[in-house]
Structures are given as structure tokens and as C-alpha cells.
Write a new protein. Structure first.
Length: 146
């Protein structure tokens, strides 16, 4: 599923979109952890969730130094909420990890775009690149868990 996060007009809207993306990821991770049967997978997902907590904290610090701008109606992250909610309907660790891997694909793409965004400051770029590296690591583990 293609997302548009990372294409916003300015840094404040970009950071707001990424904050929503991280909040969505945390909610999906909570759902995934609750439904995974394999304790190794559950522990890995719990570890990955702490990375998303760290991203949320770093983005919040960035946002606190920027003028707040509400996202336009129908923002770029809206379709992700539907995917996050769909985790509750999935059965089996493989299906759950596949859905979560798709979420990490979207997140990696969003952070790649954000790091290349013309309005991104060097500080913001560093935050975005760290988060992208984490998303790629999470995605790769979910492709071959264990």
C-alpha cells in the first residue's frame, strides 16, 4: 500500500504526519503483541515497539520547536488506521507479521522521503534516518522471524 507521508508542503506538516504514523505503529504493535503466539516473535515485536516509542519522543521534540499546523482533512496517514485495525482480524503469527512487515515498509518509505525533504533540517534528517534504519531492521526481521 503506497502512502504519501513525506510529501507534505513543509516541515511542520511533515513532522505532524510522522507523529501520526508512529502513533499508528505503536497501536499496531500493541495489537500484534497481544495476538502473537510465539514468545520469540512477541519479544522481538516488544523490542521493536520501544524503538517506535523512541521515534515518537524524538519527533515530539522536533514538533515542540516548530509552529503547529493541523493536517489537512484526509491526511496522508489516514489509510494506515484501517490497516492497523485489520490486525485484530488476522489469525496466526505469519499473517500478523506479514501485515506488520507491510506497515514497516510504509514507515521506511515515509522516513526515506522525510530525510530527503527539502524543508528537513540536518537535525530532522538525522532523526528521520535513524527511524528509517529501525523500520528496515524491523521489516527484515519480520520477513524471516527467528
Amino acid at each position: 500500500m503506497a502512502i504519501m507521508v513525506g510529501t507534505e508542503a513543509g516541515l511542520p506538516c511533515l513532522v505532524e504526519s510522522l507523529l501520526l504514523l508512529e502513533q499508528d505503529a505503536i497501536a499496531a504493535y500493541d495489537q500484534g503483541m497481544a495476538r502473537l503466539d510465539n514468545p520469540v516473535a512477541r519479544a522481538a515485536v516488544a523490542s521493536f515497539r520501544t524503538d517506535h516509542d523512541r521515534h515518537l519522543a524524538a519527533l515530539t521534540l522536533l514538533a515542540d520547536r516548530l509552529p503547529r499546523q493541523p493536517l489537512p482533512e484526509g491526511s496522508a496517514t489516514m489509510p494506515l488506521t484501517a490497516r492497523q485495525a485489520s490486525l485484530s482480524a488476522l489469525a496466526g503469527d505469519g499473517a500478523i507479521l506479514t501485515a506488520m512487515r507491510g506497515k514497516e515498509d510504509d514507515t521506511a518509505i515515509a522516513y526515506e522521503r522525510a530525510a530527503q525533504h527539502p524543508a528537513a533540517t540536518p537535525e530532522a534528517q538525522a532523526v528521520f534516518r535513524r527511524a528509517q534504519a529501525d523500520a528496515l531492521r524491523h521489516r527484515d526481521w519480520m520477513a524471516y522471524p527467528g
